[in-house]
Design a protein around this ligand. Structure first.
Ligand SMILES: CC(C)(COP(=O)(O)OP(=O)(O)OC[C@H]1O[C@@H](n2cnc3c(N)ncnc32)[C@H](O)[C@@H]1OP(=O)(O)O)[C@@H](O)C(=O)NCCC(=O)NCCS
Length: 208
């Protein structure tokens, strides 16, 4: 098997990004079938990022050209919110006018919550945005986890942000994802003042 490596995102990775998002969206595990429509999670938490900021998306290539993990980010969350309102929100609302029937999974973050998230990018306007203007999402397929790719992806994105003069980056996460929390703690992320136990908000400088 060829060795995996990190490379910049390219448009041909887009469908794989959506797939990886779905396979890791249930507290770090497979979210297939959790919602009535498997396209919802990627349309809220992955695809707008690669469309808006393809140059801040980095891929773990499994050695065959296939993406098996990613970090995606935006440098200026406030500008991303404006772009979302203009460019992403209308199509999203048209594709997903109403929540589908409930599934057996009964997720805590319901399909109605997910639809609201897709329509309300202002949810990303955290109190600490001036000091932490960038934000990110990171997901690796299980076969690539625990080999140092997560740390290297975060370092790659932080370096790209630092190059653009962005001082710090934040992320929001599912409090049930204790493995991811241990990872962020290990890398030196800290809780932001507006972090809540039910909605953890973490941040880190780009050059710390
Ligand atoms: C969370 C995730 C991004 C971490 O990436 P990873 O490649 O598995 O982590 P790494 O191997 O780079 O680990 C980096 C460091 O964190 C530590 N770490 C990682 N996971 C840990 C865990 N569950 N518990 C304790 N420490 C952990 C590692 O020991 C390592 O320490 P070191 O570099 O000092 O030796 C990855 O596992 C993943 O994508 N999980 C599924 C999706 C997900 O949960 N995404 C995050 C949503 S908020």
């Amino acid at each position: 098997m060829s060795a995996a490596f990190i490379r910049p995102y390219r448009p041909a990775d887009r469908d794989r990004i959506a797939h990886i998002c779905l396979l890791t969206a249930a507290g770090g595990g497979d979210a297939t079938g959790v919602y009535s429509d498997d396209s919802l999670m990627p349309e809220v938490f992955a695809l707008p990022y690669v469309d808006y900021a393809p140059d801040l998306a980095f891929i773990v290539d499994d050695g065959t050209g296939r993406a098996a993990g990613y970090v995606i980010g935006v440098a200026d969350t406030a500008d991303f919110i404006d772009w979302w309102k203009r460019e992403w929100g209308p199509g999203f609302a048209a594709r997903h006018p109403v929540a589908g029937p409930p599934t057996a999974a009964k997720p805590r973050f319901t399909e109605a919550d997910l639809l609201r998230a897709g329509r309300d990018p202002a949810r990303m306007r955290i109190a600490e945005l001036a000091a932490y203007p960038a934000h990110l999402h990171i997901d690796l397929l299980p076969e690539l986890q625990g080999q140092g790719f997560g740390r290297r992806l975060i370092d790659t994105l932080r370096a790209a942000l630092a190059e653009r003069g962005v001082p710090a980056v934040h992320l929001g996460m599912d409090p049930a994802n204790t493995a991811a929390r241990a990872f962020y703690d290990r890398l030196g992320f800290h809780e932001l003042p507006s972090s809540r136990p039910d909605a953890p908000l973490l941040g880190i400088g780009t050059t710390d």
